[in-house]
Unconditional design. Structure first.
Lengths: 99, 99
């Protein structure tokens, strides 16, 4: 088994209202910040997946992103692989399903 | 002037409670998903900055991230440059402040 660290970035689709983004834009004047526009506020979910290989790990994240972490009607997501680390020690069944 | 598109990723610091992350972990069983752990839920803010150069643009994002987009007591942030595009056309004062 290998541990993979992923990030799922969930953002409002183009054309979808983004009240949090509007709120940020409304606060820029108070801070005296100029030249900032097109602010979109989404979520970033980081998680670890234990799987036999990278393809299996990504499939789990893909399902999670589509079914739990985003609302496909109004949000888009993309998946980033942040890192991976072998972790057969302590897995108990280290020889089963090894890629 | 050049337009720079940035993303600011804001995540709960290690050791800080993350109820949204716990909620995601609690839902995994219902979906029949195994092997997922260490879920952390944060925010992702994407924004466009018009500035004379990349250093000036990043300074604006840095200030925004520290003062408005994150709570430095409990959250960490990192800044990603997503892309850049020259946009002197229509800027009105295209020859002023050009890098």
């Amino acid at each position: 088994m290998t541990s993979y660290r992923f990030a799922v970035n969930v953002t409002p689709k183009p054309g979808i209202l983004d009240p949090q983004g509007r709120a940020v834009e409304g606060s820029l004047g108070h801070l005296g910040i100029e030249g900032v526009s097109a602010v979109r506020v989404g979520r970033r979910v980081e998680l670890t997946v234990d799987a036999s290989d990278r393809v299996a790990a990504r499939a789990v994240v893909e399902r999670l992103a589509a079914e739990l972490l985003s609302n496909p009607l109004i949000e888009a997501y993309d998946i980033e692989l942040l890192g991976e680390a072998s972790s057969t020690v302590g897995a108990g069944t280290g020889t089963v399903g090894e890629a």
